[in-house]
Design a protein around this ligand. Structure first.
Ligand code: NAD
Length: 459
């Protein structure tokens, strides 16, 4: 592979040649990309299984299917999205025709995580290409098989000057971040997000940071516990709990805590059997390092279910923790595994105390039949996005923007918002040369009174 600075220079020069600007060419490229991905479906699902034993169903639902749907959406709507948007003239621009142009940023860097390695590498890439950028993608080093196939698929469709996948770990990432980009789109941990933000700040490069955090799930005493347990366990154990928006911990009304624990245990057994290790549907932790990290989080906690760890197999069983201290490690960092702490609350102040002690979360879930309670939670707490009476599914509507706030991220994407994430909105006012009222020009003498009137009535 050529040195990184050379690749970036080639992409910048390709962008300046204006070859990425033709919308029909972009659509053709996206169509070719779709054909290539579909031709590799089996290999992609196999790679995901090899990387962390992700089942075919989950791989299709949460990665392959979503990538294809984003491609379909972009192919279908790109002509509309890219059209300059006509905006009414204002008092100060009249007479004029006003527009918002959607301009590609230029050469963009996308850094992807390992937990949805196919989706989170390719969805941003699709939207970056749709918006007319050139792309350097760095997929995760932890999902080697998936990253390898991503690199190959991109190579089969794109010229290096338009899109390339560069595999590698921290050194590669660091070398890439040393370059001057027109945009950086990063998905990963808050810790690395800060490193990316610092590198971007050196050149004042705009960024999207899709980060993580501790997403709470609040349950009051008005709910059907069996249904809550079903939706909660699905959201928690999908991808083995390694989902950025997985419910990280539960805050439950004290009087139903014990019944909730029973309902959660029953649900885990119903879905994955008495021994989830043998279930083909339960994925592994990504590597031994993370397995050890999760094992350490369990130390000195009260385990009321599960707690089985097999380091050599990267297996952590679905685990329930009763009432951990807020200062314990399990309540200080994002868990990112199949472990669910359950904290009781008596009143609103207890909930505030827990949530306001932590950074703003990426998601928040509330299970309740009480509209006043739901409204108070939605109004009071700041978080990236959420669901009432279910988990994760806000991710599934690409008409909703997806992103964090504060420590859980900057910016958002999905569907058309993804196209906008990679586009600079350029306002253009078009005027003719035939008419030029002289009111704004000096001398201003005696014009101030009229100006005030104009603002009063039309401003
Ligand atoms: P990570 O931050 O460790 O790594 C993400 C990427 O950054 C990888 O490509 C990695 O090679 C690179 N990287 C790692 N260390 C680096 C460094 N020091 N300098 C430069 N680059 C570096 O994250 P991860 O473990 O791959 O993914 C898990 C995290 O991502 C969780 O915190 C999760 O919540 C978050 N996440 C967020 C979203 C979202 O959409 N908001 C989606 C998935 C995952």
């Amino acid at each position: 592979m050529r040195p990184i600075p050379e690749i970036v220079a080639t992409q910048k020069s390709f962008f300046r040649s204006q070859k990425t600007k033709d919308v029909s060419d972009r659509i053709s490229l996206l169509k070719a990309f779709k054909v290539e991905i579909i031709a590799n479906e089996e290999a992609i699902l196999n790679a995901l299984h090899q990387d962390f034993r992700k089942s075919g169903f989950e791989a299709y639902l949460s990665e392959f299917g979503l990538v294809i749907s984003q491609l379909n959406l972009a192919i279908k709507n790109l002509k509309q999205w890219t059209k300059p948007q006509r905006i009414p003239a204002s008092l100060l621009t009249f007479p004029s025709k006003d527009f918002i142009y959607k301009e590609p940023y230029g050469t963009v860097l996308i850094i992807a995580p390992w937990n949805y390695p196919f989706l989170l590498a390719l969805e941003p890439l699709i939207m970056a290409i749709a918006a007319g950028n050139t792309v350097v993608l760095k997929p995760s080093e932890l999902t080697k098989q998936t990253s390898k196939i991503i690199t190959q698929i991109i190579k089969n469709v794109f010229e290096e000057s338009q899109a390339i996948s560069i595999e590698g770990g921290v050194e590669t990432s660091t070398a890439l971040l040393a370059e001057k980009w027109d945009y950086i789109f990063f998905t990963g941990s808050t810790k690395v997000g800060k490193i990316v933000a610092e590198a971007a700040a050196k050149h004042l490069t705009p960024v999207t940071l899709e980060l993580g955090g501790k997403s709470p799930c609040i349950i009051d005493n008005t709910v059907n516990l069996k249904l809550v347990a079903r939706r909660l366990i699905w959201g928690k154990l999908l991808n083995g709990g390694q989902t950025c928006i997985a419910p990280d911990y539960i805050i439950v009304k004290t009087e139903i805590k014990e019944r909730l624990i029973i309902a959660l245990k029953t649900e885990i057994i119903k879905r994955y059997g008495e021994n989830p290790e043998t279930s083909p549907d339960f994925p592994r932790i990504i590597n031994q390092k993370n397995t050890k990290r999760l094992a350490a989080l369990l130390e000195s906690e009260k385990i009321v279910y599960g707690g089985v760890i097999k380091e050599e197999d990267c297996y952590v069983s679905p685990t329930l923790i009763d009432n951990p201290s807020l200062s314990s490690p399990i309540m200080q960092e994002e868990i990112f595994g199949p472990i669910l702490p359950i904290i009781p609350y008596q009143n609103q102040e207890d909930i505030e105390h827990i949530i306001w002690n932590l950074d703003k979360p990426l998601s928040l879930y509330v299970f309740s039949e009480n509209k006043t309670f739901i409204k108070s939670v939605l109004d009071k707490f700041s978080f990236g996005g959420g669901v009432i009476n279910d988990t994760l599914i806000h991710f599934g509507n690409d008409k909703l923007p997806f992103g964090g706030v504060g420590a859980s991220g900057i910016g958002n994407y999905h569907g058309e918002y993804g196209f906008y994430a990679f586009s600079n909105l350029k306002p253009i006012v078009k005027r003719g040369l035939w008419f030029d009222p002289t009111f704004r020009y000096a001398p201003y003498q005696s014009k101030l009174k009229l100006l005030k009137k104009v603002f009063k009535y039309f401003g």
